[in-house]
Design a protein around this ligand. Structure first.
Ligand SMILES: [Zn+2]
Length: 59
């Protein structure tokens, strides 16, 4: 299973795709970072892979 992550462009904090997919939009968890991350910001290929395999990502 591939781990899909997204790196905040503002601070470099790595966010797991499943956390972001649950919320669609979330504030970056990085300290002092106000960047809002969107699931739509994921690279298309990673997003498609995640959606196709999303059952494996349910915890
Ligand atoms: Zn950030």
């Amino acid at each position: 299973m591939r781990i899909i992550t997204y790196t905040c462009p503002a601070c470099g904090t790595i966010v797991a795709a499943n956390e972001l997919e649950d919320n669609r939009v979330m504030k970056c968890p990085g300290l002092d970072c106000q960047k809002v991350l969107r699931f739509e910001d994921f690279p298309g290929e990673a997003r498609e892979y995640f959606l196709e395999n999303r059952d494996q990502y349910q915890i």
